[in-house]
Ligand binder design. Sequence first.
Ligand SMILES: [Zn+2]
Length: 412
Amino acid sequence: MLLEEVPVAVDSFNHDGGVLFFCSHAHEDHLKGLNKKWRKGPLFASAITRQLLLLKWPSLEITALELGRTYQIPLMDGLEIEVYLIDANHVPGSVMFLFSGYFGSVLYTGDFRLHEKHQDIASLAPVRDLVGPFLQVNFGSFSKTGDKGLSRIYLDNTFCDPRFQQPSREDVAAAISKRFRRKWPCIIFVESYRLGKETLLLHLAQKLRSRVLVSEERKKTMRACGFESDQVQIQSCDPLQASEDLLQTEALRGCIWAISRQNLRKGMWQASDSGCAFHGIRATGWAEQARKEESMPSCEDLDENLVAVSDDGVFHYLYSDHCSFLELVQFLQFLPKAPVTFISPVGSSEGTYSFDGADGIQKLMASASVPSIRYSERPTRCFEKTSLPRAKRKAEGPHEEDGYEQKKSAGA
Ligand SMILES: [Zn+2]
Protein backbone atom coordinates (compact mmCIF):
# COMPACT_ATOMS: atom_id res chain seq x y z
CA MET A 1 0.00 0.00 0.00
CA LEU A 2 1.25 3.48 -0.89
CA LEU A 3 0.79 5.72 2.13
CA GLU A 4 -1.07 8.99 1.69
CA GLU A 5 1.08 11.10 3.98
CA VAL A 6 4.56 10.31 2.74
CA PRO A 7 6.23 8.64 -0.26
CA VAL A 8 6.44 5.26 1.42
CA ALA A 9 5.10 1.96 0.11
CA VAL A 10 4.59 -0.96 2.47
CA ASP A 11 4.22 -4.50 1.12
CA SER A 12 3.63 -3.29 -2.43
CA PHE A 13 6.52 -3.00 -4.82
CA ASN A 14 5.26 -1.80 -8.19
CA HIS A 15 5.61 1.95 -7.61
CA ASP A 16 8.07 4.08 -9.55
CA GLY A 17 10.13 7.08 -8.58
CA GLY A 18 11.08 8.55 -5.23
CA VAL A 19 9.38 5.99 -3.01
CA LEU A 20 10.88 4.20 -0.01
CA PHE A 21 9.84 0.55 0.23
CA PHE A 22 9.20 -1.39 3.43
CA CYS A 23 8.29 -5.07 3.81
CA SER A 24 6.36 -5.96 6.97
CA HIS A 25 6.85 -9.76 6.68
CA ALA A 26 7.57 -12.47 4.15
CA HIS A 27 4.12 -13.95 3.47
CA GLU A 28 3.64 -14.28 -0.29
CA ASP A 29 0.67 -11.93 -0.51
CA HIS A 30 2.84 -9.13 0.92
CA LEU A 31 5.57 -9.46 -1.70
CA LYS A 32 3.64 -8.52 -4.83
CA GLY A 33 5.92 -6.90 -7.38
CA LEU A 34 9.18 -8.20 -5.90
CA ASN A 35 11.40 -10.41 -8.02
CA LYS A 36 15.09 -11.17 -8.40
CA LYS A 37 15.63 -8.16 -10.73
CA TRP A 38 13.64 -5.69 -8.62
CA ARG A 39 15.48 -2.32 -8.28
CA LYS A 40 12.80 0.33 -7.84
CA GLY A 41 14.20 1.98 -4.71
CA PRO A 42 15.57 1.52 -1.19
CA LEU A 43 14.03 -1.54 0.51
CA PHE A 44 13.85 -1.99 4.29
CA ALA A 45 12.73 -4.92 6.47
CA SER A 46 13.47 -6.58 9.80
CA ALA A 47 16.58 -8.79 9.90
CA ILE A 48 14.55 -12.02 9.81
CA THR A 49 12.36 -10.87 6.92
CA ARG A 50 15.50 -9.79 5.07
CA GLN A 51 16.95 -13.28 5.50
CA LEU A 52 13.73 -14.88 4.25
CA LEU A 53 13.60 -12.62 1.20
CA LEU A 54 17.24 -13.37 0.40
CA LEU A 55 16.51 -17.11 0.51
CA LYS A 56 14.02 -16.49 -2.27
CA TRP A 57 15.87 -13.76 -4.19
CA PRO A 58 19.58 -13.69 -3.21
CA SER A 59 20.35 -10.69 -5.42
CA LEU A 60 17.91 -8.28 -3.72
CA GLU A 61 19.42 -5.32 -1.87
CA ILE A 62 17.65 -5.00 1.48
CA THR A 63 18.57 -2.93 4.52
CA ALA A 64 17.84 -4.71 7.80
CA LEU A 65 16.35 -2.57 10.58
CA GLU A 66 16.39 -3.56 14.25
CA LEU A 67 13.30 -3.49 16.40
CA GLY A 68 13.12 -0.83 19.08
CA ARG A 69 15.53 1.62 17.43
CA THR A 70 14.85 4.86 15.61
CA TYR A 71 16.23 5.28 12.12
CA GLN A 72 16.42 8.49 10.08
CA ILE A 73 16.07 7.90 6.36
CA PRO A 74 16.42 10.67 3.76
CA LEU A 75 13.67 11.31 1.25
CA MET A 76 14.32 12.57 -2.28
CA ASP A 77 13.50 16.25 -1.64
CA GLY A 78 15.90 16.91 1.24
CA LEU A 79 13.40 15.92 3.92
CA GLU A 80 13.74 12.83 6.00
CA ILE A 81 11.49 10.42 7.81
CA GLU A 82 12.07 8.41 10.91
CA VAL A 83 10.98 4.84 11.35
CA TYR A 84 10.64 2.64 14.42
CA LEU A 85 9.90 -1.10 14.22
CA ILE A 86 7.54 -2.91 16.62
CA ASP A 87 7.07 -6.69 16.88
CA ALA A 88 3.77 -7.55 15.15
CA ASN A 89 3.48 -11.02 16.79
CA HIS A 90 2.19 -12.45 13.49
CA VAL A 91 4.90 -14.71 12.03
CA PRO A 92 8.70 -14.69 12.52
CA GLY A 93 10.17 -11.37 11.39
CA SER A 94 6.82 -9.57 11.16
CA VAL A 95 6.83 -5.94 12.28
CA MET A 96 4.71 -2.82 12.50
CA PHE A 97 6.21 0.43 11.21
CA LEU A 98 5.85 3.73 13.02
CA PHE A 99 6.78 6.50 10.57
CA SER A 100 7.38 10.05 11.81
CA GLY A 101 8.19 13.29 10.03
CA TYR A 102 6.71 16.56 8.75
CA PHE A 103 3.34 14.75 8.50
CA GLY A 104 3.18 13.75 12.16
CA SER A 105 3.30 10.03 13.01
CA VAL A 106 1.67 7.19 11.11
CA LEU A 107 1.40 3.63 12.39
CA TYR A 108 1.26 0.81 9.85
CA THR A 109 0.42 -2.40 11.69
CA GLY A 110 0.86 -4.90 8.84
CA ASP A 111 -0.58 -8.30 9.75
CA PHE A 112 -0.51 -8.64 13.53
CA ARG A 113 -1.85 -10.47 16.56
CA LEU A 114 -2.29 -8.57 19.79
CA HIS A 115 0.47 -9.11 22.35
CA GLU A 116 0.65 -7.83 25.90
CA LYS A 117 3.66 -5.69 24.93
CA HIS A 118 1.36 -3.68 22.67
CA GLN A 119 -0.22 -2.20 25.79
CA ASP A 120 2.75 0.15 26.05
CA ILE A 121 2.71 1.18 22.42
CA ALA A 122 1.60 4.74 23.15
CA SER A 123 4.48 5.34 25.51
CA LEU A 124 7.27 4.08 23.29
CA ALA A 125 10.42 5.96 24.09
CA PRO A 126 13.04 6.42 21.40
CA VAL A 127 16.64 5.54 22.18
CA ARG A 128 17.99 8.89 23.29
CA ASP A 129 21.18 9.12 21.27
CA LEU A 130 19.34 8.21 18.09
CA VAL A 131 16.55 10.73 18.43
CA GLY A 132 16.22 13.01 15.45
CA PRO A 133 14.31 16.27 15.21
CA PHE A 134 11.08 14.85 13.79
CA LEU A 135 10.68 11.93 16.10
CA GLN A 136 11.59 14.04 19.10
CA VAL A 137 8.76 16.40 18.33
CA ASN A 138 6.35 13.70 17.36
CA PHE A 139 7.06 11.23 20.10
CA GLY A 140 6.76 14.05 22.61
CA SER A 141 3.18 14.54 21.57
CA PHE A 142 2.52 11.02 20.40
CA SER A 143 0.55 10.07 23.48
CA LYS A 144 -1.11 13.47 23.76
CA THR A 145 -2.75 13.54 20.31
CA GLY A 146 -1.28 16.95 19.56
CA ASP A 147 -1.10 18.45 16.08
CA LYS A 148 2.01 16.43 15.39
CA GLY A 149 0.77 13.32 17.12
CA LEU A 150 -0.56 10.12 15.62
CA SER A 151 -2.19 11.20 12.38
CA ARG A 152 -3.33 7.83 10.98
CA ILE A 153 -3.39 4.12 11.78
CA TYR A 154 -3.17 1.66 8.89
CA LEU A 155 -4.84 -1.37 10.43
CA ASP A 156 -4.82 -5.12 9.71
CA ASN A 157 -8.55 -5.72 9.25
CA THR A 158 -8.34 -9.40 8.22
CA PHE A 159 -10.81 -10.48 10.92
CA CYS A 160 -12.60 -7.20 11.54
CA ASP A 161 -15.99 -8.72 12.12
CA PRO A 162 -17.55 -9.61 15.48
CA ARG A 163 -17.96 -13.24 14.42
CA PHE A 164 -14.22 -13.79 14.65
CA GLN A 165 -13.49 -14.74 18.25
CA GLN A 166 -10.49 -16.99 17.85
CA PRO A 167 -8.86 -18.12 21.10
CA SER A 168 -5.20 -17.46 21.84
CA ARG A 169 -2.68 -19.50 19.90
CA GLU A 170 -1.29 -20.79 23.20
CA ASP A 171 -4.68 -22.18 24.23
CA VAL A 172 -5.18 -23.88 20.87
CA ALA A 173 -1.68 -25.40 20.89
CA ALA A 174 -2.33 -26.76 24.40
CA ALA A 175 -5.68 -28.21 23.28
CA ILE A 176 -4.05 -29.94 20.31
CA SER A 177 -1.22 -31.49 22.32
CA LYS A 178 -3.67 -32.63 25.01
CA ARG A 179 -5.90 -34.37 22.47
CA PHE A 180 -3.13 -36.11 20.58
CA ARG A 181 -1.26 -37.27 23.67
CA ARG A 182 -4.10 -39.75 24.04
CA LYS A 183 -3.64 -40.97 20.48
CA TRP A 184 0.14 -41.22 20.59
CA PRO A 185 2.20 -42.62 18.85
CA CYS A 186 1.01 -41.82 15.34
CA ILE A 187 1.77 -39.53 12.41
CA ILE A 188 0.21 -36.09 12.83
CA PHE A 189 0.06 -34.25 9.52
CA VAL A 190 -0.11 -30.51 10.20
CA GLU A 191 -1.05 -28.26 7.32
CA SER A 192 1.32 -25.32 7.08
CA TYR A 193 2.53 -22.72 4.61
CA ARG A 194 6.20 -22.00 4.07
CA LEU A 195 6.11 -19.47 6.88
CA GLY A 196 4.06 -19.55 10.08
CA LYS A 197 3.02 -22.13 12.71
CA GLU A 198 6.66 -22.73 13.73
CA THR A 199 5.75 -22.25 17.38
CA LEU A 200 2.83 -24.68 17.09
CA LEU A 201 4.96 -27.35 15.41
CA LEU A 202 7.65 -27.08 18.06
CA HIS A 203 5.12 -27.00 20.88
CA LEU A 204 3.67 -30.31 19.66
CA ALA A 205 7.14 -31.84 19.27
CA GLN A 206 8.05 -30.84 22.82
CA LYS A 207 4.81 -31.93 24.45
CA LEU A 208 4.78 -35.26 22.61
CA ARG A 209 8.56 -35.68 22.97
CA SER A 210 8.85 -36.13 19.27
CA ARG A 211 10.20 -34.59 16.05
CA VAL A 212 8.88 -32.30 13.35
CA LEU A 213 9.51 -33.54 9.81
CA VAL A 214 9.80 -30.78 7.22
CA SER A 215 10.97 -30.28 3.66
CA GLU A 216 14.50 -29.02 3.08
CA GLU A 217 13.11 -25.64 2.03
CA ARG A 218 11.02 -25.39 5.21
CA LYS A 219 14.08 -26.29 7.30
CA LYS A 220 16.01 -23.40 5.71
CA THR A 221 13.10 -21.08 6.42
CA MET A 222 12.96 -22.16 10.06
CA ARG A 223 16.71 -21.70 10.41
CA ALA A 224 16.45 -18.17 8.96
CA CYS A 225 13.77 -17.47 11.58
CA GLY A 226 16.06 -18.63 14.39
CA PHE A 227 14.42 -22.02 15.01
CA GLU A 228 17.52 -24.23 15.19
CA SER A 229 16.02 -27.06 17.23
CA ASP A 230 17.26 -30.65 16.79
CA GLN A 231 13.59 -31.60 16.97
CA VAL A 232 13.13 -30.19 13.46
CA GLN A 233 14.40 -32.72 10.92
CA ILE A 234 14.39 -32.88 7.14
CA GLN A 235 11.97 -35.52 5.90
CA SER A 236 13.59 -38.47 4.12
CA CYS A 237 11.05 -38.02 1.33
CA ASP A 238 7.85 -36.20 0.54
CA PRO A 239 4.96 -37.80 2.48
CA LEU A 240 3.17 -38.52 -0.81
CA GLN A 241 6.20 -40.53 -1.99
CA ALA A 242 6.64 -42.40 1.30
CA SER A 243 6.62 -46.19 1.19
CA GLU A 244 4.31 -48.29 3.33
CA ASP A 245 7.28 -49.37 5.44
CA LEU A 246 8.40 -45.79 6.06
CA LEU A 247 4.91 -44.63 7.03
CA GLN A 248 4.47 -47.54 9.42
CA THR A 249 7.88 -46.92 10.98
CA GLU A 250 7.20 -43.21 11.44
CA ALA A 251 3.77 -43.94 12.92
CA LEU A 252 5.24 -46.38 15.45
CA ARG A 253 7.86 -43.79 16.49
CA GLY A 254 5.39 -40.93 16.25
CA CYS A 255 6.08 -37.69 14.37
CA ILE A 256 4.66 -34.28 13.49
CA TRP A 257 4.78 -33.97 9.69
CA ALA A 258 4.41 -30.50 8.15
CA ILE A 259 2.47 -30.72 4.89
CA SER A 260 1.01 -28.24 2.40
CA ARG A 261 -2.71 -27.60 2.28
CA GLN A 262 -3.14 -29.22 -1.12
CA ASN A 263 -1.35 -32.35 0.06
CA LEU A 264 -2.96 -32.77 3.49
CA ARG A 265 -5.71 -35.13 2.40
CA LYS A 266 -3.52 -36.93 -0.12
CA GLY A 267 -1.02 -37.58 2.67
CA MET A 268 -3.81 -38.90 4.86
CA TRP A 269 -5.03 -41.24 2.09
CA GLN A 270 -1.47 -42.48 1.57
CA ALA A 271 -1.13 -43.21 5.28
CA SER A 272 -4.55 -44.84 5.34
CA ASP A 273 -3.56 -47.18 2.52
CA SER A 274 -0.48 -48.22 4.50
CA GLY A 275 -2.62 -49.14 7.50
CA CYS A 276 -0.66 -46.95 9.93
CA ALA A 277 -2.02 -44.69 12.68
CA PHE A 278 -2.31 -41.08 11.51
CA HIS A 279 -4.29 -37.86 11.92
CA GLY A 280 -4.59 -34.63 9.94
CA ILE A 281 -4.83 -31.13 11.39
CA ARG A 282 -5.86 -27.86 9.81
CA ALA A 283 -5.13 -24.99 12.16
CA THR A 284 -6.42 -21.82 10.56
CA GLY A 285 -8.26 -18.64 11.36
CA TRP A 286 -10.41 -19.27 8.32
CA ALA A 287 -12.14 -22.24 9.92
CA GLU A 288 -15.45 -20.45 9.44
CA GLN A 289 -14.91 -20.57 5.70
CA ALA A 290 -13.63 -24.13 5.84
CA ARG A 291 -16.97 -25.03 7.39
CA LYS A 292 -18.77 -23.76 4.30
CA GLU A 293 -16.37 -25.45 1.91
CA GLU A 294 -16.07 -28.77 3.64
CA SER A 295 -19.41 -29.30 5.32
CA MET A 296 -17.87 -29.53 8.76
CA PRO A 297 -19.57 -28.61 12.02
CA SER A 298 -20.04 -24.91 12.73
CA CYS A 299 -17.12 -23.25 14.45
CA GLU A 300 -19.61 -21.73 16.84
CA ASP A 301 -20.08 -25.33 17.96
CA LEU A 302 -16.41 -26.01 18.59
CA ASP A 303 -16.25 -28.30 21.58
CA GLU A 304 -14.39 -27.51 24.78
CA ASN A 305 -11.25 -28.81 23.12
CA LEU A 306 -11.56 -26.09 20.47
CA VAL A 307 -11.88 -28.58 17.66
CA ALA A 308 -14.37 -29.54 14.96
CA VAL A 309 -13.90 -32.68 12.89
CA SER A 310 -14.94 -32.76 9.25
CA ASP A 311 -16.45 -35.78 7.50
CA ASP A 312 -13.10 -36.76 6.03
CA GLY A 313 -11.50 -36.96 9.48
CA VAL A 314 -9.54 -33.69 9.41
CA PHE A 315 -9.30 -31.94 12.79
CA HIS A 316 -10.03 -28.23 12.29
CA TYR A 317 -8.67 -25.86 14.93
CA LEU A 318 -9.35 -22.16 15.06
CA TYR A 319 -5.73 -20.97 15.14
CA SER A 320 -4.96 -17.49 13.95
CA ASP A 321 -1.92 -15.28 13.45
CA HIS A 322 -4.27 -12.30 13.18
CA CYS A 323 -6.23 -10.44 15.88
CA SER A 324 -9.73 -11.46 16.81
CA PHE A 325 -12.28 -8.67 16.56
CA LEU A 326 -12.04 -7.93 20.28
CA GLU A 327 -8.26 -7.79 20.09
CA LEU A 328 -8.53 -5.18 17.33
CA VAL A 329 -10.76 -3.10 19.60
CA GLN A 330 -8.32 -3.53 22.50
CA PHE A 331 -5.36 -2.57 20.34
CA LEU A 332 -7.00 0.66 19.18
CA GLN A 333 -7.80 1.51 22.78
CA PHE A 334 -4.09 1.41 23.59
CA LEU A 335 -3.48 4.17 21.04
CA PRO A 336 -4.39 7.85 20.82
CA LYS A 337 -7.57 8.32 18.79
CA ALA A 338 -6.71 8.66 15.13
CA PRO A 339 -8.35 8.02 11.77
CA VAL A 340 -7.99 4.45 10.56
CA THR A 341 -7.33 3.09 7.09
CA PHE A 342 -7.97 -0.59 6.52
CA ILE A 343 -5.04 -2.32 4.87
CA SER A 344 -7.17 -4.94 3.10
CA PRO A 345 -10.31 -4.31 1.05
CA VAL A 346 -13.51 -5.29 2.83
CA GLY A 347 -16.53 -7.27 1.85
CA SER A 348 -17.25 -9.28 -1.20
CA SER A 349 -20.36 -10.85 -2.52
CA GLU A 350 -18.50 -13.80 -3.90
CA GLY A 351 -14.98 -13.87 -2.47
CA THR A 352 -13.66 -17.10 -1.05
CA TYR A 353 -13.59 -15.65 2.45
CA SER A 354 -16.52 -13.32 2.08
CA PHE A 355 -18.21 -11.71 5.02
CA ASP A 356 -20.12 -8.49 5.18
CA GLY A 357 -17.62 -5.75 6.13
CA ALA A 358 -20.34 -3.31 7.18
CA ASP A 359 -20.98 -4.85 10.57
CA GLY A 360 -17.28 -4.89 11.44
CA ILE A 361 -16.83 -1.23 10.45
CA GLN A 362 -19.83 -0.09 12.47
CA LYS A 363 -18.91 -2.08 15.56
CA LEU A 364 -15.23 -1.11 15.42
CA MET A 365 -16.13 2.58 15.23
CA ALA A 366 -18.54 2.25 18.12
CA SER A 367 -16.36 0.04 20.34
CA ALA A 368 -12.99 1.68 19.81
CA SER A 369 -14.16 5.30 19.33
CA VAL A 370 -12.46 5.53 15.97
CA PRO A 371 -13.17 8.94 14.36
CA SER A 372 -13.24 7.55 10.82
CA ILE A 373 -12.44 4.44 8.85
CA ARG A 374 -11.21 4.58 5.27
CA TYR A 375 -11.36 1.43 3.21
CA SER A 376 -11.74 0.09 -0.27
CA GLU A 377 -14.03 -2.67 -1.47
CA ARG A 378 -12.76 -5.93 -2.79
CA PRO A 379 -13.34 -6.03 -6.54
CA THR A 380 -16.11 -8.39 -7.46
CA ARG A 381 -17.68 -9.58 -10.66
CA CYS A 382 -21.12 -9.55 -9.10
CA PHE A 383 -22.56 -6.11 -8.40
CA GLU A 384 -25.90 -7.16 -7.04
CA LYS A 385 -24.70 -7.01 -3.46
CA THR A 386 -22.22 -4.60 -1.89
CA SER A 387 -21.10 -4.52 1.69
CA LEU A 388 -22.18 -0.91 2.20
CA PRO A 389 -24.73 1.27 0.47
CA ARG A 390 -23.49 3.66 -2.21
CA ALA A 391 -24.72 6.60 -0.15
CA LYS A 392 -21.77 6.07 2.16
CA ARG A 393 -19.23 6.89 -0.55
CA LYS A 394 -16.87 9.56 0.69
CA ALA A 395 -18.35 12.95 -0.23
CA GLU A 396 -15.18 14.59 -1.51
CA GLY A 397 -14.24 11.53 -3.53
CA PRO A 398 -12.57 8.32 -2.57
CA HIS A 399 -8.79 8.10 -2.12
CA GLU A 400 -8.75 5.09 -4.38
CA GLU A 401 -10.89 4.25 -7.32
CA ASP A 402 -13.17 2.11 -5.21
CA GLY A 403 -12.45 3.75 -1.86
CA TYR A 404 -14.88 4.73 0.87
CA GLU A 405 -14.68 6.50 4.15
CA GLN A 406 -17.07 6.23 7.02
CA LYS A 407 -17.00 8.98 9.62
CA LYS A 408 -18.70 9.35 12.92
CA SER A 409 -21.58 11.75 12.80
CA ALA A 410 -21.42 14.71 15.20
CA GLY A 411 -22.04 13.65 18.77
CA ALA A 412 -21.70 9.97 17.96
ZN1 LIG B 1 0.76 -12.49 6.93
